[in-house]
Ligand binder design. Structure first.
Ligand SMILES: [Cu+2]
Length: 118
């Protein structure tokens, strides 16, 4: 009887250990941080967004702008063509720590200041 109980305890500890190891990694990899910004008259509605993420996080900017030609994420040097009224998606893995500005060009406007923690 004691041996059976020991076996159950060992199996339970092994199972719990597996769940703890597997679950956080799976969710961290699967879930991007989504930052939605609407731009009216060339300005971000509600002001400049200031998201903070940890290095290695997937970030997805979704911008709907009523005007503008290009989105530009400084530091990462990513650019996307803007089609007014349609969502512009910029997705990337935040591998560089620091603070980075997302700008709209033509007209020029600061939309977001992204902080990537090491
Ligand atoms: Cu720029």
């Amino acid at each position: 009887m004691r041996r059976v109980i020991q076996g159950v305890v060992v199996a339970s500890v092994a199972l719990v250990g597996t769940i703890i190891l597997v679950v956080p990694q799976a969710t961290a990899a699967a879930k991007p941080t989504i930052v939605k910004i609407t731009v009216v008259k060339g300005r971000p509605v509600g002001g400049i967004k200031r998201p903070t993420v940890t290095k290695g996080t997937t970030v997805r900017f979704v911008i709907v702008a009523d005007r503008g030609e290009e989105l530009h994420l400084h530091g990462y040097d990513l650019e996307r063509v803007v089609r007014p009224g349609k969502p512009t998606v910029m997705q990337f893995v935040a591998r560089i720590p620091g603070r980075f500005e997302l700008e709209l060009h033509e007209p020029d406007a600061l939309l977001s200041r992204l902080t990537v923690k090491p």
